[in-house]
Design a protein around this ligand. Structure first.
Ligand code: NAD
Length: 445
């Protein structure tokens, strides 16, 4: 099938590339000329494991092409995915202006029937609103489907190729038939293809994200109580998660969630509810706890180094909002870097893949180290913000040799409590007792 994809971001590029991998002819368009230029050279504009290989194969087989204009994604295609951004606007609602613009452009370029598929995360009612835009532009010959995406950055290819479920909100048998045909190759493992009305499909995405975010915020709130009560949040997490009714996923205490989805989607859901005259106290609390959690380790830092960080150097491990991505949107690390810098610290950061995206946000306010160990040279503390695998088993002796002061603030609970202490480190983590080297030993170290 010939398919168009509008938006070559984290979702659109994976969607288009995976559809091409299944034998479809796919044209992906984006208004960002830099992205399209890179893609035409066979390079992904962002880091996603496994994506470069798929891109190379499908470009070489001529199943995947790229363009700048919406019309290129419409010409000769049967189905068109809309995967443009829906960022948070000033009121905390989803900004639908990119989608509306793309829909108007599509309306202007359509010649015959098209299945228009909204993949972007959009509030309930958007499908209807887009149908009105198309109707106003004089279009009658279309079906409009709402097909929210559930992929996770860092495992996006795997998630798209082997989804837990695919949700399609449709109003016509014709749209359902085409979507079945499109998605059939991705459902060989027996995952369900759920057809709903568009409003329910739109809502399923928000409820899924809010529920996952609620588990993170709930566990983070509990981790604060654990600290105060002298309990170990990691043991509590395990003990709770073994209950099959609860499960272990999304219960890791840390610095809170970030990224381009959970923060904005939880706020957008609350905003929609409130604009309908309803209250959304749970959504608001999920967000509040998450924002507060970024500062969870700052009191410990102040106790150790004092209120002013003038003349102090802090090493920061991890800038991406989570491992296996270069996405720094709403990354806790950026807030922490800004805070440390405001307090007068010199910040030296390292991330395996997100240094360039972080530099676009933070500029030269911080230093970007050549390696995780280089970031530690002369540092008074190490702040761990992202749980990259390569930070999990570091050479603590090497770290100790490089740092001026052996102090670790671990926002992702990467280490057991004993190991850092055995190497002479004072170690603060989330919801667990702080461990310090006895004074006598510390002097010798
Ligand atoms: P993104 O910002 O990475 O990509 C969006 C792309 O759309 C950008 O490259 C932008 O230039 C392009 N664009 C905007 N207007 C355009 C137009 N008129 N024509 C062509 N291109 C246009 O965003 P993303 O992370 O891929 O997210 C896209 C949507 O999917 C959002 O609604 C998001 O909430 C949702 N989503 C994201 C993820 C994720 O993990 N990133 C997961 C599920 C759902």
């Amino acid at each position: 099938m010939r398919i168009g994809v509008i938006g070559a971001g984290y979702v659109g590029l994976v969607t288009g590339t995976c559809l091409a991998e299944m034998g479809n002819d796919v044209c992906i368009v984006d208004i960002d000329p830099g992205k399209i230029e890179k893609l035409r050279q066979g390079r992904s504009p962002h880091y996603e494991p496994g994506l470069d290989e798929l891109l190379a194969r499908n470009i070489a087989e001529r199943r995947l092409t790229f363009g700048h204009r919406t019309a290129e994604a419409i010409a000769g295609t049967k189905a068109v995915f809309f995967a443009v951004g829906t960022p948070q606007d000033e009121q905390g609602a989803a900004d639908l202006s990119y989608l509306e613009k793309a829909m108007r452009d599509a309306a202007g370029a359509m010649t015959g029937h098209r299945l228009l598929i909204i993949k972007s995360t959009v509030p309930v009612g958007t499908n209807r609103r887009m149908a009105e835009i198309l109707a106003k532009a004089g279009r009658r010959d279309f079906d409009l489907a709402s097909n929210p995406e559930f992929l996770k950055e860092g495992a996006a290819i795997e998630d798209f190729m082997r989804p837990d479920r695919i949700v399609c909100g449709v109003r016509s048998p014709r749209a359902e038939k085409l979507l079945r045909e499109l998605y059939d190759p991705f459902l060989r493992t027996g995952a369900p293809l759920l057809f709903t009305d568009p409003e329910s499909a739109e809502m399923i995405k928000y409820v899924s994200n809010a529920l996952l975010a609620s588990r993170i915020s709930f566990m983070n709130e509990m981790s604060g109580i654990c600290t105060a009560m002298g309990a170990d949040s990691e043991l509590v997490r395990k003990g709770v998660g073994y209950d099959r009714r609860i499960g272990t996923a999304f219960l890791f205490p840390g610095l809170g969630y970030g990224g381009s989805c959970f923060p904005k989607d939880v706020r957008a859901l609350a905003h929609v509810a409130e604009s309908l005259g309803l209250e959304a106290p749970m959504c608001r609390a999920i967000d509040r706890v998450n924002v507060r959690q970024r500062g969870a380790l700052l009191p410990a830092l102040t106790r150790e180094l004092g209120a002013s960080l003038k003349g102090k150097k802090i090493a920061l491990w991890g800038l991406a909002f989570k491992p296996r991505t270069d996405d720094v949107r709403e990354a806790p690390a950026l807030d922490i870097a800004r805070h440390l810098q405001r307090k007068g610290a010199r910040v030296s950061a390292f991330d395996p893949v997100a240094m360039e995206s972080a530099r676009r946000e933070l500029g030269d306010r911080i230093e970007y180290a050549a390696s995780a160990y280089a970031a530690l040279d002369g540092a008074d503390a190490l702040f761990i913000c992202t749980e990259w695998n390569e930070f999990r088993s570091p050479d603590f002796d090497e770290m100790a040799r490089r740092m001026r002061r052996k102090l670790i603030l671990d926002g992702r609970n990467l280490y057991d409590l004993e190991t850092p202490r055995a190497h002479g480190f004072t170690y603060h983590s989330i919801g667990r007792p702080s461990v310090a080297v006895p004074a006598r030993k510390a002097k010798r170290a």
